[in-house]
Design a protein around this ligand. Structure first.
Ligand code: DQA
Length: 146
């Protein structure tokens, strides 16, 4: 099974950005945690991060041609603005789980809208880095049991 973990803008700044909200661990720590989990399940995982909307669209399209089975996406601030990401996910028809480290529901009003939620098979909010692990497990069990 092949999974793409895609992170959007400012997630490369984990550990530096607003640690009271996002924690003190870094993006490298996040990737290590996910890789260890995927290794234990025999899942082949790839990581991509970009601060640019078009790059994220390109990575989603690439996932189609590389026959990726599932996408875990934290679109960062593009969650709340990007029809382009929604359209890209609709185009590739790859099961996608949306993850937010923070509990966006209890934050500012402008974080209450998610375009990606309209296509995501599941959205996980406010579980910190563990949300990514839950997302992977969701895609994995969907694949194994269906
Ligand atoms: C985020 C929440 C977004 O509102 C914010 O713009 C981010 C990170 C999260 O992981 O909690 O960059 O997606």
């Amino acid at each position: 099974m092949k999974i793409l973990v895609l992170n959007g803008p400012n997630l490369n700044m984990l550990g530096i950005r607003e640690p009271d909200i996002y924690g003190k661990s870094t993006y490298a720590d996040l990737c290590r945690l996910i890789r260890e989990h995927c290794d234990s399940k025999g899942i082949c995982v790839t990581f991509k991060q970009s601060n640019h909307e078009g790059d994220l669209v390109d990575y989603i399209q690439q996932a189609y041609f590389e026959k990726v089975d599932g996408i875990v996406i934290n679109p960062g601030a593009y969650t709340h603005t990007s029809v382009a990401l929604l359209d890209a996910l609709k185009a590739v028809c790859i099961p996608t789980v949306e993850v937010h480290i923070s509990d966006v529901d209890s934050r500012e009003n402008f974080r209450q809208i998610s375009y990606v939620s309209k296509i995501a098979v599941k959205t996980i909010k406010g579980h910190g880095f563990d949300g990514y692990i839950e997302a992977i497990d969701h895609l994995y069990s969907d694949r194994v049991y269906n």
